[in-house]
Every structure is written in C-alpha cells, then in structure tokens.
Design a protein around this ligand. Structure first.
Ligand SMILES: Cc1cc2nc3c(=O)[nH]c(=O)nc-3n(C[C@H](O)[C@H](O)[C@H](O)COP(=O)(O)O)c2cc1C
Length: 576
C-alpha cells in the first residue's frame, strides 16, 4: 500500500486530501482519494467521518480504469495515475455512473488519453456527451454484456438503475471475482483502512448512507441484488469508503432486509419500457423524475429482459402503471404486455406513452383495454413523433407528477386533516401577498400562483419562496436558475389567479391568452402584474414537503405607484 499526502491546493478550503494506492492482486489496483474533512454531501447529508472516492485500474492485455475522482483531487489523482500508467496505453474508461464525485475528472483523462473508449450505460454516455462537450469514442453496454481485457479478466456488466443515479452499472471481473459497484454498498467513511475488517467502526455510516441514498429506490436495490446472485463475488469494491470483503454476505443481507422492509411501505409506480427502442428510455426517465417528486417509488422495468413472473410481481405491487409502447415486432415485450393486462386491476392508475419508433405497437387499443378493466387514466397518452426536446421532457415530467399526485392524494388529505383545530386557526392568521412565479429554462416555461413568499435578506436583496415538492415548476428553480416574481394587484388579481390555478394537462402552455413581455433574464413578465422582480436562485433548503427557494433579486419595477398589492387572508393554516 502507498499513501500520498498533500494539502488541497485547488479549493479555497484547507481540507486534508490524501491518496491511497492499494494493490488488490491480479493486475488490479485501487486508487482511493481520501477526503478527510468533507462534512456535507448534497444539501441534506451531513458527514461525520469525511468520505473517499474510489477508482480502480485493471492492467492486463488491455487496460481499463473504472471511474475517476472528485475535481478537488485533480492534481493528486492525475499525478498518481501518471505514475501507474502510460496514458497512451489506456484502452477503456468505465463509467459506473456520471455523478461528478466519480466522473469529475473524465474530461482530464480524455485529454491525456484521447484514444480511450468510454464504456457506460446508454444514459451515462448521453449524460457525459452533455457534460464534457467534446467528441469521444464510446461503448454503450447493457446488463449481461461482456468486455474481455485478456488474461482471464472477462468483465461482465450488471445494470443497476437508480443506485443511486439512473445510469448506474456494476462491473464484475471474473478473474478477481471483484464486483465494482460505485455508490451501491458504499459509505461516507474515511480512514486508512482499505477493507471492512472492523465492521463495528463502519456499520452506523453504512446504514446512514443506505437510508439517505438507497432506501428511496428499495425495489431497485432488490433487483440489483437478484442480478448479483449468479455472480461468485469475493469483494465488493465500492466507490465510497472501505471495500467490502471480510463480512460480504452480512453487508448484502443488510441491504436486502432493509430494502424488503422499505418496499412494503412504498407507494409504487411500475414503469415498463424498452431500453433500446426509440426514445423510450429518455421519456421513461423524465416520467420517473416527475413521479418521484411526490415521494412515490418508481421501478423501471425493461420489457426486453423482464421475466414474466417479475412483470406480474411488479404489477401486483404497484398502484400506478406507466407503459412505453414497444415495437410491434418485439415478441418478448408483447408477451409482457399480455401479462400486465392480465394482472392489472381497476384500483390502479395508468399512463401510456409512445416511444417514437416508427413501428410502435398502437397505443389506443391498449388504452381501451385498460379502460375496460376500469383503471383510472392518470394522464392522456403521450404521442411523440419527433426526437424529444426539453419541452417533451418537461411534458413527460409533468405527466409523471400527475400520476404521483393522484396516487398520493389520500395521504395529502389525511395530512391536511391531521392538524388540530386551534392550531389550524392560529396558523390561518399568517397572511401574505399573492404572486405569480414565472420561469423559463432553455425553451421550457412554467408558472405558479404562490403566497408563501417573503423578503429574506437586505444585503444582497433576497426573497424566499416555499414551493411544494410536487410542483411542476420545481425543476426550473434549481440553484442558478432565474425567474420573475410578479406581484398581483389588489383590484386586479382574480382573473390571473383563476387562470394559473387551472389544472394544466402535461406540457400545456401556461401562458396561452396571457399578456407577457420578456424580462432581461428571459422569463415572462405578466403585463397585468402590479410589480415584478427578476430573481436568481441562490440556495434551496429542503423543508419536508416544500423547498424553500432563497433567491437574490437583481432588478424590479412597479407599474402603478399608487396601487396596492393583493393581500391573501386565510381562515385556516392547512391550506394556502
Ligand atoms: C392562494 C394560493 C396560494 C398558493 N401558494 C402556494 C405557495 O406559496 N407555494 C406552493 O407551492 N403552492 C402554492 N399554491 C398552490 C399552487 O399555486 C397550485 O397548486 C399550483 O399552481 C398547481 O401547479 P402544478 O400544476 O405545478 O401542481 C397556492 C395556491 C393558492 C390557491
């Protein structure tokens, strides 16, 4: 084992960053970037013991690098790599998933090794193309595909979508019996131990990490474990924390047990699609994103490879079904559609989308069959004839949001009823104004009526808005996004309020018949608003069912100086 120590130079902080290089035997090396002082991961994930980003190198007849590191390790990581390989001999760069803490240095590796072939799931390669904006050679792999590095290092890829990104694949090396799992089975834990020889030290971090990252996709965890069963695994080489070897079956059993418990309590949408057909996977993922916004679990099921009993089980467990139409000639998918129809029942919600291949199975006969059984249609059929744009993705996202809202409507009503009467009335005395938030990102626009809005800072000027997690506009209000806060006028708010409170079908133009003009940040200003402010999102704070969106205010204007803002008085606190 070699340990290199150096202070972080390319960050403002004085975090201790070190490298650990460990020979795992059989031409395989672990290159671990140790981030000792990192105290936060994503917004909500506090860390007590730092973290590590693990990358792996297999140097056989062909050379493959599995994942890279976080950008903050740029100098350290690349120096280590330069000492281990001649970049001109690197054949493959395998991307387990595209989250920046593992693929943060892909661009730099590509510059040093332009001949390298990047290997990843189809979605991962698409994400990377958008991330690094330079051409590269790629190999898209699916579950069960093999890649021979020579000398017994026959790699097999295992699809593990949603663990914890949609594009995740595991890589199994038949020679070393190592399964490289990236985020799955990981933990944020940094010390000099390379392996899990002391489970008591790490079990709390292992569980916390599972709860934060894996529990929301418990069924995907169970599917991945099922795919792992046929592999003879000796080590799980994770992307964070120690590698699992000494108590392997215990760790896997924990994941299985926790996921089984979690899956029992989840509301589930089973989303059936054909990964390699038309635009199926792109549309499926956008719909899944919308569904998850409501806290509803989604299981993506590829109709090409799913076994009939798996399909039946998913339909039995799900309260919502979404189906991307397969091609007419896909026999396996046809059989699966019959299984879905046989198992579906009238208490379920359903939504259908065309995947865009010219030979699609027609959507309307299937829709009629679901209607005959009595399922509720959660969104009208999505018919996509052209390659999907941002607008198509937004439409799919909104369709997913609609089915998620339908499935959680009882939960929402229960929550509203749960507040006691006095408290309800007291909260109702919190009054506010009335506003329309209008946002535009690329060519996608959206708008929402809001009352939970307040000024939140003076220097710089800032406002805070509470946006429910299941709002369609939420995806346009991420850090760096811009929007306009339109203030409604006391005597002129009714028609705007009525318009923006309409139930818009997925993809509808929320500004149809509304007078607007563009702000300097390109978002629509409502011509009938009393005042407007141009804002940029600075921070998002997760507050149970809402996001608090804190934004700086750049510029603003009042249309009528002598008019008053609309005021919103409520009677009870469990409604807006
Ligand atoms: C008076 C009033 C005030 C509202 N204020 C907010 C708010 O501050 N935040 C929020 O998330 N939703 C608020 N809503 C709900 C949304 O305006 C409304 O449900 C939304 O426009 C529906 O959009 P969707 O299609 O994205 O679900 C309010 C609704 C009303 C009637």
């Amino acid at each position: 084992m070699v340990a290199l120590t150096a202070r972080s130079e390319n960050t403002q902080s004085h975090d201790r960053l070190t490298m650990q290089i460990v020979d795992l035997g059989d031409e395989t090396i672990a290159i671990r970037s140790l981030d000792w002082d990192r105290d936060r991961f994503d917004i909500e994930f506090g860390l007590d013991n730092g973290t590590t980003y693990n990358s792996f190198l297999i140097q056989s007849e062909k050379t493959a690098l599995i994942d890279t590191s976080h950008r903050k390790f740029q100098q350290l990581y690349l120096d280590v790599l330069k000492g281990l390989i001649d970049f001109s001999t690197l054949d493959y760069l395998i991307i387990s998933h595209t989250e920046p803490d593992h693929s943060g240095l892909v661009k730099e590796v590509l510059q040093l090794a332009p001949q390298v072939t990047v290997v990843g799931a189809k979605v991962a390669i698409q994400f990377l193309e958008n991330m690094i904006h330079q051409p590269f050679q790629s190999l898209k792999v699916k579950n069960g595909d093999h890649l021979d590095l020579g000398n017994g290092h026959e790699l097999e890829f295992v699809s593990a979508p949603n663990l914890h990104w949609p594009d995740t694949i595991f890589t199994y090396d038949a020679k070393t019996r190592i399964l490289f799992t990236c985020d799955a089975f990981g933990m944020h834990y940094c010390d000099d131990h390379t392996f899990d020889e002391d489970p008591e030290l790490i079990e709390a971090d292992f569980k916390y990490y599972y709860e934060c990252l894996m529990a929301p996709n418990a069924r995907s965890v169970l599917s991945a474990i099922k795919r792992m069963e046929k592999l003879d695994i000796n080590t799980i080489a994770t992307g964070h924390g120690p590698l699992l070897q000494h108590y392997l079956s215990d760790w896997v059993s924990c994941y299985q047990k926790w996921s089984q418990e979690q899956a029992k309590t989840d509301t589930l949408v089973a989303l059936f699609y054909c990964e390699d057909y038309g635009w199926s996977d792109q549309l499926a993922r956008a719909i899944a994103h919308g569904v998850q916004r409501n806290g509803v679990a989604v299981e993506l099921v590829d109709l090409n490879t799913a076994e009939p009993h798996e399909v039946r089980e998913f339909v039995n467990q799900a309260t919502g079904l979404v189906i991307g139409m397969p091609s007419q000639s896909n026999q396996n998918a046809h059989a699966a559609l019959s299984t879905i129809l046989a198992a579906a029942h009238r208490k379920q919600a359903v939504g259908l989308f065309e995947t865009g291949g010219r030979e699609d199975e027609p959507i309307y006969p299937l829709r009629n069959k679901f209607q005959e059984i009595g399922l509720t249609e959660a969104f009208p059929p999505i018919l996509v004839k052209e390659p999907p744009t941002h607008i198509t993705e937004q439409m799919c996202d909104e369709a997913g949001t609609d089915i998620g809202q339908w499935l959680t409507r009882d939960r929402t009503i229960k929550q509203i009823k749960a507040i006691d009467n006095d408290l309800e009335r007291a909260l109702g005395r919190l009054s506010s104004g009335l506003y329309i938030i209008t946002a535009q990102k690329t060519d996608v626009t959206s708008a929402m009526l809001a009352s939970w809005v307040m000024q939140a800072s003076m220097n710089p000027l800032g406002v805070a808005i509470a946006v429910a997690k299941d709002r369609a506009i939420e995806s346009l209000l991420h850090v760096g996004d811009r929007f306009v806060l339109n203030v409604l006028e006391e005597d002129n708010y009714q028609s705007l309020m009525k318009h923006f409170l309409k139930r818009f079908p997925p993809g509808a133009d929320r500004f149809a018949n509304i007078k607007t003009y563009p702000a300097s940040n390109n978002c629509p200003i409502l011509a009938d608003a009393l005042a407007y402010m141009e804002c940029e999102v600075t921070t998002r704070i997760e507050c149970s069912d809402h996001w608090i969106i804190y934004s700086s205010v750049q510029t603003g204007r009042v249309a009528k100086l002598d008019a008053f803002s609309a005021v919103h008085h409520r009677k009870v606190g469990n409604h807006y």
